[in-house]
Design a protein around this ligand. Structure first.
Ligand code: ADP
Ligand code: MG
Length: 372
């Protein structure tokens, strides 16, 4: 395998109506190239990343980071990696309301029935659209299989499955199992072959409505749950090279793609902050907490050049994303932040976390299977 650093991008959402209309609330985050500068009373904090996307300016400005600009800058390379046969992963990290779901899914894409992504479509619809586009350009036989699930309170729920059993009661949560070849996977998760962008939109509608209606309080749930959209991209390549036995050699390439919308990171800071846990009665988001530990131990192992114990199996999320974190996957993190002084502490926490993630090094290889 070869080394591949985790790529990190920061996206700053626009000020919302409430923030714009409160004179006490200021914009405190600035971007200079790939540096982020945060004004913190009399001091300034500077952070360096691979990509910085400014989405707080007027949308008419050419420098405004639209959905397309974010996709082209940070995600398109991952689509190419997937076609080369690498596993890829992208996860959105940030506090609730900072733009994770907007970036991953977009808002209008859910109801759109267009055959191309609308301007507002996020990373997930664009990723799939791009796969169909690229697949049409080559001569391989390409198969696209999707699954979509969420982790809520350490329990896995299929967002594309038949949600109730015959008696109409809710299905039991799904379990993770370690497969000898494929690694950790979700048992009985439904997989759906999609042929085109219209198919995909139909499934996204199903999944996104499951995500919303299953909740008792919608915002509450989406801030506490992690959603994972997975794609398995398989390419059967008809090669013209002759093997020893003079038969045509087929090669197949397989890529596992994970696109992850994490629970709100404020869960983590609230959990870690001393004393706050009991006072506010915040339940520990175990997956987010362990994700932090996994990232910290991987970042540390980069620094002292040897890998200690990484607690992958201590949470459902990190167990399932084991390959994506320190393993065989080209991985990127999109950290989303608010520009406003109101969220200064959370923004600094997110920016520090993102810096730490940037030092993670994965060992990647092409998943190719030549056979006669
Ligand atoms: P999160 O998923 O992190 O909780 P959302 O994606 O739901 O946050 O974003 C919160 C609100 O801000 C939504 O109304 C969303 O449409 C808006 N928003 C976030 N990022 C952007 C952006 N880059 N451009 C325009 N609106 C945005
Ligand atoms: Mg969200």
């Amino acid at each position: 395998g070869e080394n591949s650093n985790l790529t990190v991008g920061i996206r700053i959402r626009p000020m919302n109506f409430k923030e714009l209309n409160d004179p006490k609330i200021l914009s405190v985050v600035k971007v200079k190239g790939t540096d982020i500068i945060v004004d913190c009373e009399s001091t300034q904090h500077t952070f360096h990343y691979d990509h910085c996307f400014v989405s707080y300016t007027d949308t008419s400005r050419p420098t405004h980071a639209s959905q397309k600009i974010v996709f082209d800058g940070m995600v398109l390379p991952l689509v190419h990696n997937a076609f080369e046969g690498y596993n890829v992963c992208l996860f959105a990290y940030g506090q609730t309301g900072s733009g994770k779901s907007y970036s991953m899914m977009g808002s209008e894409s859910i109801t759109s029935t267009l055959s191309v992504p609308c301007d507002d479509a996020g990373i997930i619809p664009r990723f799939c659209y791009e796969i169909f586009l690229q697949a049409a350009l080559n001569n391989n036989i390409t198969t696209v299989e999707i699954s979509y699930f969420e982790i809520y309170n350490e329990k896995i729920h299929d967002l594309l499955g038949n949600n109730s059993n015959i008696s109409g009661s809710k299905r039991a949560p799904l379990k993770v199992r370690e497969h000898p070849v494929l690694g950790p996977h979700v048992v009985d998760l439904t997989q759906h072959v999609v042929q085109n962008y219209e198919d995909l939109q139909t499934w996204l509608k199903v999944g996104n409505s499951q995500r919303a209606t299953a909740a008792t309080g919608m915002n509450e749930k989406s801030s506490r749950s992690h959603s994972i959209f997975s794609i398995i991209l398989t390419q059967e390549q008809k090669d013209s090279t002759m093997s020893k036995s003079s038969k045509l050699v087929d090669t197949s390439r397989r890529s596992k793609i994970n696109l992850v919308d994490l629970a709100g990171s404020e869960r983590l800071s609230q959990t870690c902050a001393s004393g706050d846990r009991l006072r506010e009665g915040v339940s520990i988001n175990k997956s987010l907490l362990i994700l932090g530990k996994v990232i910290a131990s991987l970042a540390e192992s980069t620094n002292n050049r040897k890998r200690g114990f990484v607690p992958y199996r201590e949470s459902v999320l990190t167990w399932l994303l084991k390959e994506s974190l320190g393993g065989n996957s080209k991985t990127a993190m999109l950290a989303t932040v608010s520009p406003s002084s109101l969220h200064l502490e959370e923004t600094l926490a997110t920016l520090r976390y993102a810096c730490q993630a940037r030092s993670i090094i994965n060992r990647v290889r092409i998943n190719e299977d030549p056979h006669d």
